[in-house]
Design a protein around this ligand. Structure first.
Ligand code: G6P
Length: 592
């Protein structure tokens, strides 16, 4: 799971590659590297373990070059050291490549190539592609033929940018399963794993499809599939949704949390015209006709799915949610007319892509709810709903969680033709604005919990779902040990863990469970733990830690999770950790 960039033609190669890698480091940041041909067509390579900043500091500040490739890595095959860092070069130094994806049959290919005298320095699957390309190229010194043969032999996923040393006027590429886009400039052409690195240079793109390959040059794009030459299909992307400016914010997470109210308003504008909902009527019909609505997702998106289940059950539909990595290997088919809803911020999560392949192979209807236009899951779905949230760069998902729940609420409103959901969501945005005004109080709670040995998050009903997401957020960025429990379950085991170093955060947005939840809090306090209740103001108690304005109960999760995002943010800030790029994680997990 990595990010790749490449450029050819009249452009500042260094700037495009390095800036591009900065914008792709959400795809992994274990190491970074770049390669270019200099003015004498010598291949130059720079590699650095760690984030793009390190590469930026060791690469020459300027270089004369009109062809280059770059890579940011999330290690899969081999440790994150310099040898395993991309670009990788073939044994006879004729070919340099950067790769995003995983080659499943790399061991067999490696053994075969070693038999032909090829040597390997790294533990990566990528070096096998470099050598296989060179091996196939050498058969008749035709690069395109070599690439076509290589595509036929590879099993797995790949997006590749390829420099062939004796062809400095062409930058080659090939792609299967992993995303790859071409950007079109008048005197330059670009490659990247998504449109973001290229948007400053062009708004014209070619979104490559599986098994396509070819080359870009200063003037042209040559595209092939098998033996056929294809006409590139040009699409346009709006810079507005690809904006990476931090503004005055110290990091992306705080920027993205604070954008949530605008994101909700924008989502409403995109799906409601003031009188009626704007969802595809065929999609609404398909949901109504299905006898089982199955949500599948990972991480934060899975927690948003749990709200989707509640909404569908409220409509009287059978519905359930599965974690994608489980369903992919243990799918259940118990209904005659299932409809699947796949939630994914990135639209590129490998576990979910595997599920979608199974669903599509059975001819079942699936709806992709994603923030990423043109992503694999969006493209391969029967219907898709975009979240219009703008780029989410911090690894921990914040505004997109709210957008997902909000979209599911709007969809439910559209199915039952209840437009008042729009009014209810406007109340949510006001409640969120008020939380932003009072964020200092959340920072105070953060100061009181950040030295706990363990944090419990509890709630009942929707607040239990909020607890799960709150606990995940806190774990992801603060590395604190957190657990989420349904309030009533504490006494059935987990309470044994509680001691004076435990902190408890309780979400309390439901009048019907208010008393029961407060009893749960008392039980924990009696064992020496510190507790903090986040409550609806209408049934507050004097010692509650933070109050939020009441919103309709089916939307309370958005508000409670919003508070928890700030909480995780402040704890992490106080600990001095990297908020946007927590250890071991990546924004887009494109490996299983
Ligand atoms: C990774 C991220 C999580 C995210 C999950 C699902 O694990 O670190 O923050 O929730 O992927 O991502 P998706 O793009 O499918 O929503």
């Amino acid at each position: 799971m990595c990010g790749i960039v490449g450029s050819i033609g009249k452009i500042n190669t260094r700037k495009y590659l390095i800036d591009g890698l900065y914008s792709l480091d959400y795809r992994g940041y274990d190491s970074a590297g770049l390669a270019f041909l200099d003015s004498s067509n010598e291949l130059k390579i720079f590699k650095a373990v760690g984030k793009v900043e390190v590469l930026d500091s060791i690469a020459p500040k300027e270089f004369e070059s009109s062809i280059g490739i770059g890579h940011t890595r999330w290690a899969t095959h081999g440790a994150p050291n310099e040898t395993n860092c991309h670009p990788h070069v073939s044994s006879h130094k004729e070919i340099a490549i950067v790769h995003n994806g995983v080659i499943e049959n790399y061991r067999a290919l490696k053994t075969r190539l070693m038999g032909y005298g090829y040597s390997f320095e790294s533990e990566t699957d990528t070096e096998v592609i470099a050598n296989l390309l060179e091996f196939n190229y050498r058969k008749n010194h035709d690069v395109l033929d070599g690439i076509r043969r290589t595509i036929d032999e590879l099993e797995g996923s790949f997006a590749l940018a390829i420099i062939v040393k004796d062809q400095p006027d062409r930058l080659y590429f090939m792609k299967r399963s992993s995303p790859l886009f071409i950007g079109l400039g008048d005197e330059y052409k670009l490659l990247a794993s998504d449109a973001v690195p290229m948007i400053k240079y062009t708004n014209k793109f070619v979104d490559l499809k599986d098994d396509e390959y070819g080359y870009i040059s200063k003037e042209e794009v040559a595209l092939f599939k098998g033996y056929d030459k294809l006409e590139p299909e040009i699409t346009h992307q709006s810079p507005e949704f690809l904006n990476r400016d931090l503004g005055d914010n110290p990091n992306y997470m705080i920027k993205e949390i604070q954008e949530t109210p605008q994101v909700i308003t924008r989502l409403i504008d995109n799906y409601f015209d003031g009188e009626k909902f704007l969802f595809n009527p065929k999609m609404i019909e398909a949901i109504k006709k299905s006898d089982d609505i199955i949500f599948i997702a990972c991480g934060t998106s899975y927690h948003a799915s749990l709200m989707g289940v509640k909404y569908m059950q409220y409509l009287g539909k059978r519905s359930e949610a599965y974690v994608a990595s489980e369903w992919a290997y243990f799918p259940v088919f118990t209904s005659k007319k299932p409809l699947y809803i796949l939630l994914s911020q990135s639209g590129e999560t490998a576990d979910l892509i595997r599920c979608q392949k199974i669903i599509n192979s059975r001819g079942s209807i699936n709806i992709a709810i994603t923030n990423t236009k043109g992503s694999t899951i969006e493209r391969n779905a029967t219907f898709s709903c975009l979240l219009f949230s703008g780029l989410e760069i911090a690894v921990a998902s914040t505004k997109v969680f709210s957008a997902q729940v909000c979209l599911l609420a709007l969809l439910t409103g559209a199915i039952e033709k209840h437009t008042n959901v729009v009014t209810h969501l406007s109340v949510v945005t006001s409640a969120l604005e008020k939380i932003i005004e009072n964020k200092q109080d959340i920072e105070n709670i953060a100061s009181k919990i950040e030295n706990a040995s363990m944090i419990f998050f509890i709630g009942r009903g929707n607040d239990y779902i909020a607890s799960m997401e709150a606990s995940l957020k806190m774990k992801e960025i603060s590395y604190m040990h957190c657990e989420a429990f349904a309030g009533g379950e504490l006494k059935h085991g987990p309470i044994a863990l509680v001691d004076k170093d435990t902190c408890l955060i309780a979400f309390n947005s439901d009048m019907s469970t208010n008393l029961a939840l407060r009893n749960n809090v008392k039980e924990i306090e009696a064992r020496g733990a510190k507790s903090f209740v986040i409550s609806y103001s209408s049934f507050m108690k004097d010692d509650d830690a933070f109050l939020v304005d009441n919103v309709k109960s089916y939307l309370s999760t958005i508000v409670m999770v919003f508070v928890s995002q700030y909480l995780a943010y402040y704890v992490t800030l106080h600990k001095g950790l990297n908020i946007d790029k927590p250890r071991n994680l990546a924004k887009s997990v494109t490996v299983e």
